[in-house]
Design a protein around this ligand. Sequence first.
Ligand SMILES: Nc1ncnc2c1ncn2[C@@H]1O[C@H](COP(=O)(O)OP(=O)(O)OP(=O)(O)O)[C@@H](O)[C@H]1O
Ligand SMILES: [Mg+2]
Length: 365
Amino acid sequence: MEIKWLHLKSFRNYQDQEVDFRPGLTILQGENGQGKTNILEGIYYLLTGKSYRVHREQELARWGENEFHLYGDFIVQRRKLRLESHYQDKRKIIKINQIPCRKLSEYVGTINVVFFSPDDLVMVKGGPAERRRFLDLHIAQHHSKHIQLLNAYNKVLQQKNALLKQGQGGSKSQIAQIELWNEQILRIGSEIIRNRWEFTGLLSRKAQDIYGQISSGKEELTMDYHALGKNNLEEALAAFPKLLAEKMSLEMERKMVLIGPHRDDILFKLNERSARLYGSQGQQRSIVLSTKLAELEVIRQEKGDYPLLLLDDVLSELDRFRRDYLLDYTKSLQQTIMTMTSGETLTQRASLLLKVEKGQIGRIE
Ligand SMILES: Nc1ncnc2c1ncn2[C@@H]1O[C@H](COP(=O)(O)OP(=O)(O)OP(=O)(O)O)[C@@H](O)[C@H]1O
Ligand SMILES: [Mg+2]
């Protein structure tokens, strides 16, 4: 897919700005704090209905304003699509080809976008919750049912946690109720584990391949989903009911749910060693990048169309070989939009070079 045109009104530091895009590599160049990331954020918001940075729409509205409006023309599988996102009177309105769209789930996934943000480094550096969030978000882009599963699971989790917090525990009726919740945890949790397992498998083979190329074959990346502490799907699923029964008294003692996919993790390793503990900055960045590019390949295979690739400040900390690899890689894609600070000299590789200054965008020929 491709973006042809973007119009931002009262969005972040943009008052009223239109941008025309081209296929191939677009570079947004400018000094710090000028509005490069805000452009990518605007595109991402249009395509997904949310910002990856904030939870409150009001923060996206230009200071002193209570509303913002985004418009974009996209080409998706050779069809033209006009998307609009409006925030007005504290409400969000989304339109596709001028027709209001009620539920976000009708909309998310129609269009695909892969976004690399420096914030994504928490995927490697951060805790398991961040890694699960990454995985779930990406599964949801492919299978909207995964969101429903997660919502259902979280509800059960809340209820079971509330029950465990009540009273001293151990009464017959409490145990019977816990067992009822455990049935749900087992049923929904197993589906979540299967989805995550499948998706990690798909992603890890491609990420390994891409990482191999980025590091010119010097380093090997592995990415494993650990469900219920086990590195094997069948073993984890077989152990699940037993663990729920065995840990019931411990759960009652600690007054919290200890068993289930809400505690799972993904382990990234470089040459067999934990990338979180031992990876260098550039290596960790390369892992996130490889995972994102792997995701792009997965989406391309499933949808038969390349997703739009947005790369925010990706080049810093990458050596010359890795930068060249990335720039070469983007040649095989339909469209990539990348931000860069003003000192960078790689701009000749762009098919469109845009200068960003104080919330204004100009073309550099
Ligand atoms: N709601 C808002 N209204 C007005 N300005 C905002 C709003 N939110 C952020 N800004 C401003 O937008 C400016 C540009 O932010 P942005 O993150 O796009 O910069 P950038 O060009 O990506 O810089 P860097 O190279 O440091 O990443 C910031 O200086 C920030 O203060
Ligand atoms: Mg930025």
